[in-house]
Ligand binder design. Structure first.
Ligand SMILES: Cc1ncc(COP(=O)(O)O)c(C=O)c1O
Length: 355
């Protein structure tokens, strides 16, 4: 598969990728009704359709991560996320389709119906879950599961939370270059800003590097939904540097855009609301408005980022041109949930305590 990154920079075409994306590029569509309502030109990049079996932002990262796991000769993937993590689910779906056994260490979050559905879909994809009572216990559980897998002669490959690493972020460097090419080809006019949710940070970092490498100076408004400690600014800046260094050393034609990319990332904390995974009114309104245009958002990430874009569209950026990068998979999960076993007993306690 040749993505925009490989096509633009031939030295990067030989990096391992699992063949799970497509068709690419994902379209950019106008949000006609909401544009009229806000007097602002709103567009949506349909990354919800980035892959056939499970799309969204995690699929783009996993193309590189699973490619690396295949290259390393692994047979098992181990990753970590919250109970309803889209990343753990995406790893379960694409891992299984690529012949890996998948294990996920899971940390608590509010037990909403969306979370419950993701858990069930992961079980339907054949994943093994290892819940822990507190997030602080996750590192020890990861070490324990890793050791057990090795003892049973499996060859595990660890993927960090959110799929965010210098390698995983390349999926979004590619998305940024892809959007740059769509702007160049006049499929969409150059925007004043691009919006995305900020969790572990790989999406915003990759987008900023990709847009900067495409020669665009468009701010990436990253709506933070996780505690700042998960992805503090210095960590994101460090990731930008690592990504650009990695790409430039593999293909010297990749421009040294670390400083420009860092300047493009604008983190906002306004949409976080009551906390990670806690639904709030602005996100609820955003989800209802989007649904009227057939766009489904999740309460944890995309509804909060969309709410941020609407807040700007109705305020300081009224009349501008804004693009929302839709990072939630829109694939139907019913084939997975319908073949899933019943949710395990450990979920009962959390359903009572964390609703
Ligand atoms: C649907 C969705 N959107 C956005 C994000 C944030 O992406 P990142 O972790 O790369 O910041 C996540 C992360 O889990 C997600 O699940």
């Amino acid at each position: 598969m040749t993505d925009t990154l490989g096509a633009r920079f031939p030295g990067l075409a030989s990096m391992a990728r699992a063949d799970l994306l497509g068709p690419l590029p994902t379209p950019v569509e106008p949000l006609v009704r909401l544009s009229r309502m806000t007097s602002t030109e709103l567009f949506i990049k349909r990354d919800d359709r980035s892959a056939q079996h499970y799309g969204g932002n995690k699929a783009r990262k996993l193309a590189f991560l699973l490619g690396d796991a295949q290259r390393a000769g692994a047979d098992t993937l181990l990753t970590v996320g919250a109970f309803g993590s889209h990343h753990v689910l995406a790893t379960s779906v694409h891992g299984a389709r690529n012949g890996f056994a998948v294990h996920g260490v899971l940390v608590p979050q509010p037990f909403t119906p969306h979370v419950e559905r993701n858990l069930l879909a992961g079980l339907g994809a054949g994943a093994t879950h290892h819940p822990v009572r507190y997030a602080a216990l996750a590192p020890a559980e990861i070490l324990r599961v890793m050791a057990r897998l090795r003892l049973s002669r499996r060859r595990p490959y660890f993927i960090p939370h959110g799929g965010t690493s210098a390698l995983g972020a390349l999926g979004y460097v590619d998305a940024g270059l892809e959007l740059g090419a769509q702007i160049d080809a006049r499929f969409v006019p150059e925007p004043h800003a691009v919006y995305t949710a900020l969790g572990s940070g790989g999406t915003a970092v990759g987008l900023a590097v990709g847009l900067a490498a495409a020669g665009l100076r468009v701010p990436v408004i990253a709506a933070r939904v996780t505690p700042t400690l998960v992805a503090p600014r210095p960590l994101l800046d460090g990731l930008v540097e690592k990504v650009v260094h990695e790409l430039h050393s593999r293909d010297p034609r990749f421009p040294r855009v670390a400083d420009a990319a860092k300047q493009l990332i604008v983190i906002t904390d306004e949409s976080r609301g009551a906390g990670y995974g806690e639904p709030d009114e602005a996100a609820q309104r955003a989800a209802e408005l989007a649904l009227a245009d057939d766009i489904e958002l999740d309460p944890t990430y995309t509804a909060k980022a969309f709410a941020e874009m609407l807040r700007h569209a109705e305020g300081e950026r009224r009349g501008q041109r804004l693009i929302f990068v839709h990072t939630l998979s829109s694939q139907d999960l019913t084939p997975l949930t319908s073949r899933a076993p019943a949710l395990p007993r450990w979920t009962d306690r959390y359903r009572r305590e964390l609703r």
